[in-house]
Design a protein around this ligand. Structure first.
Ligand code: GKR
Ligand code: MG
Length: 436
C-alpha cells in the first residue's frame, strides 16, 4: 500500500436486523392516563460488508414496526454514507390511513400525526445506525461526524412525574420510588433525582390534577430548590384562560411553561400575555409547522425529539432554523433506552444554541440493551469520544427483552395510557380538551 492509499472498510449494507423489545416502565401519570407496565422500543442493527455494525433505536409500537420492516428490507446494497438516499427511500413508503390519525399521541400533535412524522421517526433509527457505522469505520465519535462537539457534557433536567407506588394489580416490575401524588411527594422525588443524578433543573409532568394542585407542587419545588429552573407541562389540556391564570401564578418561578394549551393559535394567544416563555413538543414537531408558530410568536422554545424530526442531521437543521428566528431549543423525551440517550447526547453536544437542559425519561428505565448504561453526573451525560455512538449491545439483554415482546399477547406492544388507567378506574376515558 502506498503512503497516500488507505484501506477503507466496505460500508455497503448487507443486513438489517430489527428487534422490538418491551422494557419495564413505572406507573407514571399524565393527562391521558398512566404508563403501562412495559413500553415498546425498536432496536435497529445495520451490518455492513466490511463487518462493521451500527445500532439505532426508535419508538416500537406496531405503526413504527410496520414501516421499519419494508425499509429495512430495501437497505441492503446501499451505502451507509447515503443519508439523503435513506430519507428519499423512506418517503416512498405508504402509511396506512388508519395510522395517520392517531387518537393517542401525548407527545405529538394530537390527532394530526402525519405520515411524514411516522416515516421520519422510523428513518431516524436507521440514520443513527448509519452514523454509528461511519463513526466506527472512521474511528470518529458521532459528534465529530456532525461537526464536532462544542461542549464536553450535555445537561439534562429531572423529569418529575406524579406516580403510583405500583401498577394496578401489582403488574410489571416493582421499584422503590413509592408514590408521588401531591406536592410533598413531588419534592421528595425531586430530592432523590438530585441525590442520585445531580440534576439542577426540574420538569413536572402536569395535566394530571386540577391546576391549583399542580401550581402548589411547582411552588413547593421553588421553595425546596430556590432559584432552580422549573418547568410545568400539562400536554395541552388547559384552555387559554386557564393557561394564563397558571402563568400569572407561576411566572416568577418558571423557566418556561410547556404546551399549556393545544394548537398553535391557542399557544399564540397564551404567549402574548403569559409573561413566561412557552415551550412545545406538541404544536411544532415537523418543519411545516414552524412558519405559523414562529410568525405568531406561539413558541419561544422548541423541544426537539430527534426521532420525530428525522435523526441527528435534521435536528441540526432545526437548530439552525431556531437560531435564525431567535427561538430557543432543547430536547423532548419519551420512554427510551441508552442508544437514544447516546444519540441525543451526541447531537446536543454539537448544537451551539442548545439553550436549556434536555428532557430524558432514562432514569425511569432501569432496564437496557447495553453492556454499560449511560450515567448522569451533576445532571449531565459526558460526551464520549469513542468511535460511533460509543455504546455496545448486550445480546443477552436484547434477547431477554425481545422474548418479553414475543410473549406479550399484544396489549403492551402499543402504547395505551388510557387502557392502563382503566385497570384502576374502569370509567376512565381520555379527556376532551380543554379539560380545565
Ligand atoms: O411519558 O407520559 C409521558 C409524557 O407525557 C410523554 O408522553 C410526553 O411526550 O414527555 C413528553 C412531553 O414532554 O410532552
Ligand atoms: Mg412536553
Amino acid at each position: 500500500m502506498t503512503g497516500s492509499r488507505r484501506m477503507t472498510a466496505d460500508l455497503t449494507v448487507t443486513e438489517v436486523r430489527l428487534t422490538p423489545v418491551l422494557v419495564s416502565d413505572p406507573p407514571l401519570l399524565n393527562s391521558q392516563g398512566v404508563h403501562q407496565p412495559y413500553a415498546a422500543r425498536l432496536i435497529v442493527e445495520v451490518v455492513t460488508a466490511g463487518g462493521v455494525t451500527g445500532v439505532g433505536e426508535t419508538y416500537g409500537d406496531s405503526k413504527y414496526l410496520e414501516l421499519a420492516r419494508p425499509l429495512a428490507n430495501a437497505l441492503p446494497g446501499r451505502q451507509v454514507s447515503d443519508l439523503n438516499g435513506l430519507f428519499a427511500l423512506a418517503a416512498t413508503f405508504e402509511v396506512a390511513s388508519s395510522r395517520v390519525h392517531d387518537a393517542f399521541d401525548v407527545g405529538g400533535t394530537r390527532g394530526v400525526q402525519t405520515a411524514d412524522k411516522l416515516r421520519l421517526s422510523v428513518a431516524s433509527a436507521f440514520e443513527v445506525a448509519f452514523l454509528d457505522v461511519l463513526g466506527k469505520a472512521k474511528g470518529l465519535p458521532v459528534h465529530a461526524l456532525l461537526g464536532h462537539k462544542v461542549r464536553d457534557r450535555v445537561e439534562y433536567s429531572a423529569y418529575l412525574f406524579y406516580r403510583w407506588a405500583q401498577h394496578p394489580g401489582g403488574e410489571g416490575e416493582p421499584d422503590d420510588w413509592g408514590e408521588a401524588v401531591d406536592p410533598a411527594g413531588i419534592v421528595e422525588q425531586a430530592r432523590r433525582f438530585v441525590r442520585d443524578y445531580g440534576f439542577r433543573s426540574f420538569k413536572l409532568k402536569g395535566g394530571v390534577h386540577e391546576p391549583a394542585q399542580e401550581i402548589a407542587a411547582v411552588r413547593a419545588l421553588a421553595e425546596a430548590f430556590p432559584g432552580a429552573p422549573l418547568r410545568l407541562d400539562p400536554n395541552g389540556v388547559w384552555s387559554v384562560a386557564t393557561s394564563l391564570k397558571v402563568a400569572a401564578e407561576l411566572r416568577d418561578v418558571l423557566q418556561y411553561l410547556e404546551d399549556p394549551t393545544t394548537g398553535t393559535p391557542g399557544m399564540a394567544e397564551v404567549a402574548e400575555e403569559a409573561g413566561v416563555p412557552l415551550a412545545t413538543n406538541m404544536c411544532v414537531t415537523t418543519f411545516p409547522e414552524v412558519p405559523e408558530a414562529f410568525a405568531t410568536g406561539a413558541v419561544q422554545v422548541v423541544l426537539s425529539d430527534h426521532h420525530y424530526w428525522g435523526g441527528l442531521a435534521r435536528t441540526r437543521e432545526l437548530a439552525a432554523v431556531c437560531r435564525t428566528f431567535g427561538v430557543g431549543l432543547s430536547m423532548h423525551s419519551n420512554t427510551h433506552l441508552g442508544i437514544s440517550l447516546a444519540a441525543m447526547t451526541h447531537v446536543a453536544a454539537t448544537v451551539p444554541n442548545l439553550d436549556y437542559a434536555c428532557d430524558s425519561h432514562y432514569p425511569w428505565q432501569t432496564e437496557d440493551v447495553l453492556t454499560r448504561r449511560l450515567t448522569f453526573r451533576d445532571g449531565c451525560v459526558d460526551v464520549g469520544d469513542a468511535p460511533g455512538l460509543g455504546v455496545e449491545l448486550d445480546r443477552d439483554r436484547l434477547a431477554a427483552l425481545h422474548e418479553r415482546w414475543l410473549q406479550d399477547d399484544g396489549t403492551m406492544r402499543d402504547r395505551d395510557d388510557a387502557a392502563a388507567m382503566r385497570k384502576a378506574d374502569p370509567g376512565w376515558i381520555s379527556p376532551t380538551l380543554p379539560r380545565w
